[in-house]
Design a protein around this ligand. Structure first.
Ligand code: AMP
Length: 173
């Protein structure tokens, strides 16, 4: 089957959620069945055969892509969530945003020691969110094989910030 141009299905929303930010809206991508399927197929192609133990999805758009990837690979999905959402004992991390700070949590018992995981989010911007996620995964005993994104805003150099972690993305701007 011919490949769709995924980038053309991402909608650009200027000045959302604040002036100067061009928001990459994935609802137009995931609302297109063959395009959504192509995204997941591409991730499955990359990660089948890598002997992973789990997929880690970052709230909330990371779940949209992480869940079907985990399902197709026959793996469990481990959610990294905003504070107060996970009911059992958690590790928590606070990290800086452009303005202010944010917190994320993972269940302490979510991963087996040495578990090989891929962390998934919809978009890599500065890398702060996924860097914090990586620290949580490592605190919980996991080992990160790769960080996977549907979209990478390459001009923000998040990839360099995340080195030596391996970064994979399907669409680059
Ligand atoms: P960062 O921590 O800077 O890499 O930001 C990544 C997180 O913020 C991801 O979870 C994205 O969903 C969201 N995000 C950041 N910038 C954008 C953008 N321009 N369009 C859509 N989502 C964004």
């Amino acid at each position: 089957m011919s490949q769709l141009d995924l980038a053309s299905l991402v909608r650009n929303i200027p000045d959302f959620p604040q002036p100067g930010i061009q928001f990459k809206d994935i609802t137009t991508l995931i609302g297109n069945g063959p395009a959504f399927q192509q995204v997941i197929d591409s991730l499955v192609d990359r990660y089948s055969g890598m002997q992973l133990d789990a997929i880690v999805g970052v709230e909330s758009r990371g779940f949209i892509f992480g869940a079907p990837l985990a399902l197709r690979l026959g793996l469990g999905l481990v959610p990294v969530r905003k504070p107060g959402k996970l009911p059992a004992d958690t590790f928590q991390i606070e990290y800086s945003l452009e303005y202010g700070t944010n917190k994320l949590e993972i269940h302490r018992d979510a991963l087996n020691a040495g578990a090989r995981v891929v962390v998934v989010d919809d978009l890599l911007a500065t890398g702060g969110t996924i860097e914090a996620t990586a620290k949580l995964v490592e605190q919980a005993g996991g080992s990160i094989v790769e960080m996977a994104f549907v979209i990478e805003l390459a001009f923000l150099n998040g990839r360099e910030k995340l080195a030596p972690h391996s970064v994979f993305s399907l669409i680059q701007y």
